[in-house]
Design a protein around this ligand. Structure first.
Ligand SMILES: Cc1ncc(COP(=O)(O)O)c(C=O)c1O
Length: 306
């Protein structure tokens, strides 16, 4: 069973030029391998399942080659001695997955892979149905871990340290994290989700999962999901040099870049207290850097992350 970690993660101030106060909650420190929001999205999903299926548990989920969620689930499987299977987007990876640091890590943790074509992967409902028929006792966790149980788990990211902020910010992929923040935010708080995916269906998804309309979703995909521009790399490197905090290129780097832009544009009223959640995912930097090196481009420098 997953436990509530015995650690209170710090909330650190990012000294800023404009007339707001900006803080980061280091949710990435919640666990060394099941980092940030991943821990909380899996928390009730896995615990509810284990309570009902203590014998031979099997966890299955979906993800791309660089997925933080795949990495996190594989680590959870290893730590708790549970079999895990990753349904991975892209059957071209079947013979090349060892070149990918995330999949190497997941495999070392004991995860088995099933590679599916991008076309089949798109119809995840059909894939889930197939898996349910084949493995009726398995827990089939949706992509990104997002469902109602995940939203409940995100409640643990909010506590007395977060209550006084005017704005709560998080990167949005599948929407579960920001839905949980929205659901459990205080009445006076506004929630901003920074969409790193160009997906118009996210608003209705988040509102369905949260049941509230206290949130705004803002585009922060900067060219598309997983696309890493030189400007984003420069931003991440400048950020870690100036503030001693490591961001990654797919979620937190894009959230923070857009957040800085909003501050510059005067989006926030004077003296606002703004909190951004660092949702982890630093494992993805190795894969991003391998790709950047192959393209002879600047890489993400290793900054201080704890
Ligand atoms: C580092 C990081 N930040 C943010 C997110 C977005 O979370 P969600 O998919 O719940 O929107 C993810 C995906 O789980 C992630 O890995």
């Amino acid at each position: 069973m997953l436990k509530i970690p015995d650690i209170k993660v710090p909330v650190v101030e990012i000294p800023f030029r404009k007339n707001i106060r900006l803080f980061i909650k280091r949710e990435d420190l919640i666990h060394p391998e099941i980092s940030g929001n991943k821990y909380w999205k899996l928390f009730h999903n896995v615990n509810n399942y284990l309570a009902e299926n203590p014998q031979n548990p099997l966890l299955m989920t979906f993800g791309g080659a660089y997925s933080n969620h795949i990495a996190a689930l594989s680590a959870l499987g290893k730590i708790h001695n549970i079999k895990t299977v990753g349904i991975i987007r892209g059957n071209e990876l079947e013979y090349r997955w060892k070149e990918n640091p995330t999949l190497r890590f997941a495999s070392e943790n004991g995860m088995h892979f099933c590679f599916v074509s991008r076309e089949d992967y798109r119809d995840k409902d059909a894939l889930s149905e197939k898996l349910k028929n084949e493995f009726p006792k398995a827990l089939i966790i949706p992509e990104g871990g997002t469902n109602l149980a995940a939203v409940e788990g995100i409640r643990n990211m909010l506590n007395s340290d977060t209550q006084d902020f005017d704005y709560l910010c998080a990167a949005v992929g599948t929407g579960g994290t920001v839905a949980g923040i929205s659901k459990f935010a205080e009445n006076h708080q506004k929630v901003i989700g920074f969409k790193v995916v160009d997906d118009d269906s996210l608003h209705s998804r988040v509102s369905e999962l949260s049941g509230k309309e206290n949130f705004t979703l803002i585009d922060a995909h900067f060219g598309g999901y997983g696309k890493i521009s030189d400007e984003n790399i420069a931003f991440i490197n400048a950020f870690s040099r100036e503030f001693g905090l490591q961001l990654e290129p797919v979620y937190t780097g894009k959230m923070m870049r857009k957040l800085f832009q909003l501050v510059e544009e005067g989006y926030f009223p004077q003296n606002s207290k703004v909190l951004a959640f660092h949702t982890g995912g630093l494992q993805g930097i190795a894969g991003a850097n391998e790709m950047l090196k192959k393209q002879n481009r600047a890489v993400i420098e290793k900054g201080v992350s704890s």
